[in-house]
Design a protein around this ligand. Structure first.
Ligand SMILES: [Zn+2]
Length: 66
C-alpha cells in the first residue's frame, strides 16, 4: 500500500497517511493540529512486526555457488 509517513512542522507529530492518488497528498493534514504544514518522510518498510523470540544466526547461504 502506498502509505507515506508525514511529520508535522507545527506540532512535530509523525503520522502515516494512505495516499491513493496524487491529489490526496496535497490535502494531507496533521491529525494533531489540523495544519497542512506536513513534510513527507523517507519511505520505510511498513513491517511493524513486534520483536519475536528466537535468535537469528548470521547470514547463511552466502557462499560460492557450485
Ligand atoms: Zn500538527
Amino acid at each position: 500500500m502506498p502509505i507515506y509517513e508525514y511529520a508535522c512542522a507545527s506540532c512535530g507529530k509523525v503520522f502515516e497517511e494512505l495516499i491513493l492518488r496524487a491529489r490526496d497528498e496535497a490535502e494531507v493534514t496533521c491529525p494533531g493540529c489540523g495544519r497542512r504544514e506536513v513534510t513527507r518522510q523517507m519511505s520505510r518498510p511498513a513491517a511493524t512486526a513486534s520483536s519475536g523470540s528466537g535468535g537469528g544466526g548470521p547470514g547463511r547461504g552466502c557462499g560460492p555457488v557450485g
